[in-house]
Ligand binder design. Structure first.
Ligand code: NAD
Length: 273
């Protein structure tokens, strides 16, 4: 049996799940301790390597997370909000590091994740890349520096299979911008303009979403003044970026006390925006 920390990937057949498996297998610092998919999925009971179209790996895809978690130290989870809430409770029972990349959670789901973080190390971030987390810091700085004469608009673009909008990253950037102005995002957020909306309200933070093709993820934060515009932009071109960040978060979490953390903690970027 490997002495290296064991990592479970949940949602292994998903776009991110496959990336996470590749990242774990390529790492010499961890071993793949298990693979989980939802009940009824066609991969259940199959060898993961064969399900992925390659050589057998000796790991069967399971729909019993509790049994799999018992053999691991950390879980990488990019699935759905309800699934992630369930996995957080199981991670708390098994005292694991739970890295959550899933986006689109509502308040009650976030509260349940926080409750689980009393017993598990939970690292949750709408975006696991260093670049975006740095962009968030820069957004906060720009919002602190520029007053409401500068309208803040956040535009994001993603592939045509994405189910939530605005993206978790766009909301994270919105929170950073609002925090820079000493406000809560909820009080200034303007989402989904349509029809006769009236003029833009001073101080609002606007969101717009583009969906199409295979776009991995693009985010632009605009500070639009009179006669000038500052644009902060991040473009992700490869999902491996997020998988690498998630694995880094899992390794970082192994030495921490239970609690709720984000990528600012992992990357040493200081308190979240
Ligand atoms: P996807 O639909 O391709 O994959 C989701 C997988 O989760 C599917 O295979 C599905 O069967 C599985 N799943 C659903 N319920 C499950 C359950 N109860 N148990 C086990 N598996 C279950 O989606 P995706 O593009 O991989 O994205 C997944 C999530 O990750 C989304 O919320 C997305 O926004 C987010 N995401 C976050 C980042 C980041 O850096 N934080 C980056 C990319 C995507």
């Amino acid at each position: 049996m490997s002495e290296l920390p064991g990592i479970v990937v949940v949602g292994v057949s998903g776009r991110m799940g496959r990336m996470l498996v590749h990242e774990v297998l390529a790492s010499d610092r961890v071993h793949l301790a298990g693979a989980v998919e939802r009940e009824g999925h066609e991969w259940i009971g199959k060898d993961l390597g064969e399900a992925l179209g390659g050589a057998p790996l000796g790991t069967r895809v399971s729909d019993d997370p509790l049994e799999v978690f018992a053999r691991a130290q950390a879980v990488l989870d990019f699935t759905t909000p309800e699934a992630s809430v369930g996995f957080a409770a199981l991670a708390a029972q098994a005292r694991l590091v739970h890295v959550i990349g899933t986006t689109g959670m509502d308040r009650s789901q976030l509260a349940r994740i926080d409750a689980a973080a009393r017993h598990a190390v939970i690292v949750r971030a709408g975006n696991m890349s260093l670049g975006v987390n740095l962009l968030s810091r820069l957004t906060r700085l720009a919002a602190e520096t520029l007053d409401a004469d500068y309208d803040i608009e956040i535009v994001e673009a993603h592939h045509n299979q994405k189910v939530d909008a605005p993206s978790g990253t766009a909301l994270m950037l919105g929170e950073a911008a609002a925090a820079g102005r000493g406000l809560a995002l909820d009080s200034v957020s303007e989402r989904g303009r349509d029809g006769i909306t009236g003029a833009r309200r001073r101080g609002d933070i606007g969101f717009a979403s583009v969906r199409g093709g295979d776009i991995v993820g693009e985010h632009e934060v605009m500070f639009i003044g009179q006669g000038e515009r500052i644009v902060l932009r991040h473009v992700a071109t490869d999902r491996r970026l997020f998988a690498r960040g998630a694995l880094k978060a899992a390794l970082w979490g192994l030495d921490r006390k239970p609690g709720a953390y984000d990528m600012n903690d992992v990357l040493g970027l200081g308190a979240a925006g």
